[in-house]
Design a protein around this ligand. Structure first.
Ligand SMILES: *[C@@H]1O[C@H](CO)[C@@H](O)[C@H](O)[C@H]1NC(C)=O
Ligand SMILES: *[C@@H]1O[C@H](CO)[C@@H](O)[C@H](O)[C@H]1NC(C)=O
Ligand SMILES: *[C@@H]1O[C@H](CO)[C@@H](O)[C@H](O)[C@H]1NC(C)=O
Ligand SMILES: *[C@@H]1O[C@H](CO)[C@@H](O)[C@H](O)[C@H]1NC(C)=O
Length: 381
């Protein structure tokens, strides 16, 4: 029964929109959530039929699903991480990243190369790299493990001490290159392997999908911006060794920060994304207008402008803000005037009863009054 469902879904996709390289995002649609929570054994049992039913994946991606379900399920999990992070980062915005509720919306948004799409490309490729690298050092995959290489670390690398030390747990600046009593050790997250999987599962698909050259270049650029954000946010974690809590020898390894840090950084990049055009003669992307700032490999770029996301327009992938809860007390994105696009809002008043004025009486009783509290909630018209 469920397989039929997947096939139907794939059918809707293929018949309604051109295949694009972000189609693997379809794994984030509600119909696949069930699968991600299944046990690994079940996945293996079903994988042959399951993988080949995923018609929205490229042959390459389907073959990874078949040959390495473990990595595939981490990729699937990474998509969930990216979606949750996107919804967190945009929770008070007109666009709130609820593109995974319906296949149509997702399809339309993927095709338009807006700053929102740019953000999602960067976030998903970062999430795959992040999750795979973490899985390596946790020993979840037999293809990779701890990264034993001794990477160059910038001299102002932030160090997070493990709690076994007497050193404060706060971050301190310190230079492993010049410091005595420093040793690489422990288990570093395997960024190289994470990058490899991210590139081969996501970037390589651009080769097969043959979209327009500019589209392909923009997608690849944003994927890479996401991965660089992961690399830039690597931390050093050190453990002190020495007599009675002195720190004569530090053993350090590289760890990835919480994914929130990367989400927030990319959210900032989204806010200053550059609109680009393709310069045919030079075969490169350039800012659309000469007045726009130049972008580098860490910046997000887009081709199309975002719609306002005020009105419902499924063609543009916009759900509109009607019915969204807004906030009267702040003058920020989640405020009623901004979120409701000046259409106004409706207020719904409800009351709840709760304990109040509680007093302690000797001995031993707490007596409270019941108070009625008025709650006002506001919803965009
Ligand atoms: C990933 O690693 C494999 C095996 O080491 C290698 O053959 C392949 O070229 C790498 N791919 C990328 C995109 O780095
Ligand atoms: C890229 O540009 C950003 C500003 O958009 C700047 O903060 C950053 O330092 C630049 N990075 C590199 C590697 O040039
Ligand atoms: C996001 O916006 C859509 C459309 O307005 C709405 O249906 C949905 O409930 C919102 N999601 C959240 C988490 O606020
Ligand atoms: C409105 O904003 C205030 C202050 O930021 C916050 O405490 C409150 O929870 C918000 N209310 C809603 C409904 O989001």
């Amino acid at each position: 029964m469920r397989l039929l469902h997947y096939q139907q879904l794939a059918f809707i996709f293929i018949t309604t929109i051109k295949i694009t390289s972000a189609f693997w995002w379809s794994l984030g649609l509600p119909s696949f959530q069930l699968w991600s929570s299944q046990s690994a054994a079940n996945q293996l049992l079903e994988k042959n039929q399951f993988c080949s039913s995923l018609k929205f994946l490229t042959l390459d991606q389907r073959s990874l699903c078949q040959t390495n379900p473990k990595i595939f399920s981490i990729i699937h999990r990474s998509l969930r991480l990216a979606i949750d992070e996107c919804q967190y980062q945009f929770r008070n915005q007109r666009w709130n990243c609820s593109l995974f509720n319906q296949p149509e919306i997702l399809g339309k948004l993927i095709l338009r190369k807006t700053p929102e799409t740019a953000f999602m490309y960067a976030l998903t490729s970062a999430a795959v790299m992040h999750n795979i690298a973490k899985a390596c050092s946790k020993g979840e995959l037999h293809e990779c493990g701890c990264d034993k290489s001794q990477p160059k670390v910038s001299t102002d690398a932030m160090v997070k001490y493990q709690s076994t030390t007497t050193k404060p747990l706060t971050n301190v600046a310190f230079s492993p290159m010049s410091s005595d009593g420093f040793e690489w050790g422990g288990c570093s997250d395997d960024l190289k392997f994470g990058r490899n999987i991210s590139v081969s599962f996501i970037d390589r698909q651009e080769l097969f999908m043959t979209p327009r050259r500019i589209v392909s270049l923009v997608n690849l650029h944003n994927n890479e911006a996401g991965r660089q954000s992961v690399e830039r946010n690597v931390q050093l974690t050190c453990k002190c060794h020495g007599v009675s809590g002195s720190c004569t020898l530090r053993v350090c390894w590289r760890t990835l920060p919480d994914f929130r840090i990367i989400g927030s950084e990319l959210r900032t990049k989204y806010a200053s994304a550059t609109q680009v055009r393709f310069n045919r003669a030079m075969n490169i992307l350039k800012p659309r207008k000469n007045s726009q700032k130049l972008f580098n490999t860490t910046d997000l770029i887009h081709i199309h402008m975002s719609p306002s996301f005020c009105e419902k327009n499924l063609q543009l992938g916009s759900l509109g803000t009607t019915g969204r809860e807004c906030n009267l007390t702040i003058n920020e994105p989640g405020s009623c005037s901004v979120l409701c696009c000046d259409r106004g809002y409706e207020t719904i008043i409800s009351t709840i009863e709760e304990d109040c004025d509680c007093q302690f009486h000797w001995c031993c009783e707490v007596r409270c009054k019941r108070c009625v509290k008025r709650i006002e909630r506001h919803f965009c018209k």
